[in-house]
Write a protein that binds this ligand. Sequence first.
Ligand code: CTP
Ligand code: CA
Length: 220
Amino acid sequence: LIDHFQPKPLAGRRVLLTAGPTFEAIDPVRGITNLSSGRMGYALARACREAGAEVTLVSGPVHLQRPHRVVRIETSSALEMREEVMRHAAHCDVFIGVAAVADYRPETMSMQKIKKKGSPPAIKLVENPDILAEVAALAKPPFCVGFAAESEQLGENAEAKRQRKGIPLIVGNLVQESLGSDQATLTLFDDEGRHPLPVAPKIELARQIVARIANLLEPR
Ligand code: CTP
Ligand code: CA
């Protein structure tokens, strides 16, 4: 492992992240999901580790290897992801929500494969919990970082989301330019304003985000 951070700005800190999509089952062979490769979240987990943090990564279903010396917890649905996050959230210094959590899930999962017959079935959806907002609302919340995947008006939407969720830092992401690519177009929004990052590979961007987090963290 090359030392990209020297000294280690997150030494002695515990970081919890979510990454990847969630999968909300309709029946044993079908479900609702979001497009997300998990690459940005995994790159951030790696960058946090490089910066000296102890890292736990709660991952949705992805095709990626566990980053070196990162504890990975594999989950599928938003409810499972939330359970694992809440189990660890009280013990971490930083929480970074990178997962593309499905906003809705089918109210019930059919235990049998739904057969094609007559008219199309209606699938009733219910809202999933907002994992990031729940962590941010804890009595003693960790330093919370969100991602805002937007397809338009990145600035307005991302800053509004930061305020709504009550978090100090949000990373705005134009999805057309980032999805499935190894590069991304990101802008950081915090109390000091907006900071666009030059287009770069995700691991480079992850290191810059980690450097910003380390700067904003309360010294101990
Ligand atoms: N997030 C979460 N749990 C959810 C939905 C979102 O933890 N149920 C987190 C994501 O991981 C991300 C941030 O919230 O860090 C923003 O997600 P996004 O989908 O952009 O925002 P939403 O609040 O869901 O708003 P919308 O989808 O309407 O833009
Ligand atoms: Ca959403």
